[in-house]
Ligand binder design. Structure first.
Ligand code: ATP
Length: 442
């Protein structure tokens, strides 16, 4: 049976052209000039896929994709070079993207791939659902450092001891906290996570300890704090290094005696929660300098797990990268080429595992379903290539001028190697050829 496509694009000439091409490829194609018209079509028909212009006069791509909630595979059309929109659309649930101007071979390839994947996906759904009935996420990595971390988790989890987890941002501290909770007798209870960051001190205090009615203006009813919600479970306090002095004192008290009071309250309440805390700050030094209570620090430092930064356990990069590639692949897990893997292994990863996860998520999107992740899909500058960039212009340049100058500079820096330059710029090789042609860069 002929597959049907709905094309939603407000550019009438382009839309007509696309419909004709799709018909020529053997599809049935229906056009709509706005999202409202697209909705009207959807009330009458069930297309096998939708080709959607990211920018429509009456709605935008992200919103439409959310509205469609995965009912149809969506191929997003984005402006030339706006990979950011494509990434954002795919994070929202779009299946694939095409950049304008649309290359006809690319169009046919993409449409066929998307339709094929949709079939596969239906097939896979059963297995996916079974996988989704989730084992708890486990810590990946078999470096010596991670083996030590695991041994510490196993040792401390069954006790009720307070644990302090240290490590840079994104290194996996929250995952370690989860593992402690899951390996403890409290696993059947909740782990309540409290993150102080961004909250005003008094608001955070009331989040944590709760408040009585009338404790402050606007406190029109009594509210229980997260400490009470954690009852017999685990309370995970992230960013303890950012907590103010008043709250530090209250925390010390609740850790020592298991008792606390709600804000504005007179009753002494008790809790049996187990405390796990984390920070990326040097609270040992802060306690010496007086910006963190030393008695609280001593109490916390009885059992410390330090999660090393990713650059100090490079053996973990490969298994983590494969793990994330499988996590983000929408059909079969994408493989990673040797060259791409070596770039990953060499990168400095200042944002640690979180940065790696984001890089792989992006690469999976840019690489397209069913294919492999190659060096040019990794949108970061390889380490050691020198990342200080100075561009000089007479007067105020427009964006195109900046793009042209930077393109020329990156190409020169990589000896005219287009593949490397494309990897640095975070665009495909196809696109770098287009840019070179557009700007006449030699
Ligand atoms: N060993 C690991 N195995 C699998 N995934 C990991 C591992 N370490 C970290 N991650 C993933 O990396 C991301 C960041 O980890 P996490 O939130 O635990 O870091 P964090 O140190 O608590 O960060 P922050 O200090 O910013 O709160 C999460 O998506 C997490 O699932």
């Amino acid at each position: 049976m002929k597959k049907t496509l709905l094309v939603v694009d407000d550019d009438a000439t382009f839309n007509k052209l696309l419909l004709r091409q799709l018909e020529g490829m053997g599809f049935t194609a229906v056009g709509a000039a706005s999202w409202r018209e697209g909705q009207a079509r959807l009330a009458e028909m069930e297309p096998d896929a939708i080709i959607l212009d990211f920018k429509l006069p009456d709605s935008d791509g992200d919103r439409i994709i959310e509205e469609l909630r995965g009912q149809y595979p969506v191929i997003v059309l984005t402006g030339f070079g706006s990979i950011r929109n494509a990434v954002s659309a795919i994070r929202q649930g779009a299946t694939d993207y095409l950049t304008k101007p649309v290359d006809l071979d690319e169009l046919e390839l993409t449409v066929r791939r998307v339709l094929e994947n949709a079939e596969l996906k239906r097939f896979n759904q059963f297995y996916r659902n079974r996988l989704a009935s989730r084992r708890p996420a486990s810590l990946i990595g078999d470096s010596r450092a991670m083996r030590e971390v695991r041994a510490m988790i196993d040792a401390v989890a069954p006790t009720d001891a307070t644990v302090l987890i240290l490590g840079e941002s994104g290194s996996g501290k929250e995952m370690v906290a989860q593992a402690i909770h899951q390996h403890s007798a409290r696993a059947g209870r909740e782990m309540v996570t409290v993150d102080s960051c961004g909250l005003q001190e008094s608001l955070f205090e009331s989040e944590l300890f709760g408040h009585e009615r009338g404790a402050f203006t606007g406190a029109d009813r009594q509210k229980k704090g997260l400490i009470e919600e954690a009852v017999d479970g685990t309370l995970f306090l992230d960013e303890i290094g950012d907590v103010g002095a008043a709250i530090q004192a209250k925390l010390l008290r609740v850790m020592e005696s298991g008792t606390f009071r709600r804000l504005g309250g007179t009753k002494t309440l008790s809790t049996d929660a187990r405390f796990v805390v984390a920070t990326n700050r040097d609270i040992a030094r802060m306690s010496e300098e007086g910006s963190f209570r030393s008695d609280l620090y001593f109490r916390l430092s009885r059992f410390v797990i330090t999660v090393p930064p990713l650059r100090e356990r490079r053996e973990d990069i490969e298994p983590l990268a494969r793990h994330f590639a499988a996590e983000f692949s929408r059909v079969a897990p994408l493989t990673i080429t040797a060259e791409a893997m070596s770039l990953l292994r060499d990168h400095a990863w200042p944002g640690n595992v979180r940065e790696l996860r984001n890089a792989i998520e992006r690469a999976v999107i840019v690489a397209r379903p069913g294919l492999e992740i190659r060096a040019e899909h990794l949108g970061f500058i390889p380490r050691g290539s020198g990342s200080d960039v100075t561009l000089r212009f007479a007067g105020e340049p427009d964006l195109e001028e900046i793009e042209r100058t930077y393109l020329a500079q990156v190409l020169a820096r990589h000896g005219g190697n287009r593949q490397k330059a494309a990897a640095v710029l975070g665009i495909s090789e196809r696109n770098i050829y287009r840019l070179i042609e557009k700007y006449g860069v030699r």
